[in-house]
Design a protein around this ligand. Sequence first.
Ligand SMILES: Cc1ncc(COP(=O)(O)O)c(C=O)c1O
Length: 401
Amino acid sequence: MQTNKTFENIPELLNNTRDLPTPFLLIDQSKIKRNLEILKHVKDQTGCKILLAQKAFSCFNLYPLISQYLDGTTASGLYEAKLGHKHFGGETHVFAPAFKNEDLTELTKITNHIVFNSIAQLKKHYQTAKKAGMHIMLRVNPEHKTQSGDIYDPCAPKSRFGVRAADMTPEVMQMLDGLHFHTLCQQNVEPLIETFQAFEQKFGKFLNNPLKTPSHPPLVFNFGGGHHITREDYDVKKLITFINEVKNKYRCDIYLEPGEAVVLNSGYSVATVLDIVENQIQTAILDTSAMCHNPDILVTGHDYTPPVFGAENIELNSSKVNIRLSGNSCMTGDIIGDYNFKTRPKVGDRIVFGDTALYSTVSWNTFNGIPIPHIFTKTLDGKIQTIRVPNYFDFESRLGT
Ligand SMILES: Cc1ncc(COP(=O)(O)O)c(C=O)c1O
């Protein structure tokens, strides 16, 4: 989603990075800091805790900056939990659709909160988690749809995520320290409030349990991620009011675990045009790839295409296209998107994609042996530093020893 912040200072950036090899991702720390200040404001005004969802961003070289503002990390399984524990510190939470016994043994040593996705998983691992002193959480499904598509919606019909109210029991509730829901994606505060109302309506009867009495620790509510708190139009004031209202109503600790909001509009990817081929339309072949460097484009069937500096994103096959940007892999569908450029790019030009720090590095792959991009960061005092240089062994080491 392109906003006024997406391409701030791009001419300066292009000038400062002229000699850097493409493709690269540049992460601007001052922009992450700006996001973190907003998140810290929410924490300060509410007493809630905010975790970095590492599934969206795991460049651990930036963790020393992020950990000055946030309370810890949440992980999608053992490896992310290890990364958060090792490089971030603070609290380490973990949720996975299902846990293996051997992973749980290791997780008990490094995580504080574990979120189970089903009652069967809760019962299977309860004793191990309890003995280790972990906070035990259950993910629930409020069955309240706030998104139009299904692909990123855990409340979509037949969803595999979260226990529905019909399957919940007071006995299960007694095993828990709290409940978790994650239902949003790039959304404002209203869908969160609506979801909480649906959650209360469906699960409210289970919240009057012994945990609520003063001799027990407070209930824990985790509202997951998908809160676009750092976007210009996000109603931060309303979020603060809402969290404070929930805290006044329940004796509870509240967690949010955004990923995107932490690094929103803080990264740019730069690629070079290697060739332009013509067959009904002009297609630029870049030294990057949708398949390898931004698979969300293909997962969403081009519903999402990255914003490009100096160009308008247009629908695939629209008559307004003046150039199609494509990847350098063998896959016919390795198309980044159709664009209308003010000045049509030529071979050798650099193309700047906006808002690519989130969900990019974490899903890069080396299909076709295409190198992963370089990662650079612009520090708070404006210096460009190298975080990672790709090499042949990134490819080889995944395939054998
Ligand atoms: C359980 C859970 N928590 C947090 C997040 C982070 O969401 P976002 O990056 O959209 O804020 C996700 C994203 O899928 C998730 O599945």
